[in-house]
Design a protein around this ligand. Sequence first.
Ligand SMILES: Nc1ncnc2c1ncn2[C@@H]1O[C@H](COP(=O)(O)OP(=O)(O)O)[C@@H](O)[C@H]1O
Ligand SMILES: O=C(O)C1=C[C@@H](OP(=O)(O)O)[C@@H](O)[C@H](O)C1
Ligand SMILES: [Mg+2]
Length: 171
Amino acid sequence: MRIVLLGYMGSGKTTVGKTLATDVDIDFIDLDDYIENSEGLSVAEIFASKGEIYFRKKEGEYLKMILSDKDNFVLSTGGGTPCYGDNMNAILEGTANVFYLKVSIKELTERLLKEKEHRPLIKNIADTDLPDFIGKHLFERTLFYERAHHNVYCDNKTSEKITNEIKKLLV
Ligand SMILES: Nc1ncnc2c1ncn2[C@@H]1O[C@H](COP(=O)(O)OP(=O)(O)O)[C@@H](O)[C@H]1O
Ligand SMILES: O=C(O)C1=C[C@@H](OP(=O)(O)O)[C@@H](O)[C@H](O)C1
Ligand SMILES: [Mg+2]
């Protein structure tokens, strides 16, 4: 079985992916971790030293490598993964279980205010500007996220509750 989780930064893809993979007893792959291990640099370091375009190129390559090499996994993507190149088509072609973890701007802002430092796209945005930035960015990306097979509403739910909801939808 292949399961792919999509969603904005801070929507819980990494957290829920781990819980879900343990629960259904298949491998967990976090695309950002995979990129970091393969490149020997953190995502923040890649953005800083090689730039976002290099990151997007590698993100697409590693995504396709995983999709062509492996079966039986939960893959937590990065927030931008489905929004570049032909990544979303590649995800949908190879996967029957694609979920969009949908979180409100308010909850995303609360979560990301605590975690800005690890995320190069929002690191330099003033805290007061963050809700506006997230709102606009999410609006642009929703078109891609909503091609998932299911939208999972995640506000005020624990990762265990979200995992259980996803499990009921698996085919
Ligand atoms: N269901 C949840 N409820 C509350 N906080 C959560 C939930 N899932 C994740 N978080 C928190 O939100 C932040 C971002 O989670 P993460 O899994 O890294 O998201 P993503 O991989 O989508 O960027 C972390 O601090 C994490 O602990
Ligand atoms: O939304 C994005 O474009 C990004 C999201 C990050 O992953 P998370 O969604 O896990 O934070 C990471 O891939 C990189 O910082 C870019
Ligand atoms: Mg993540």
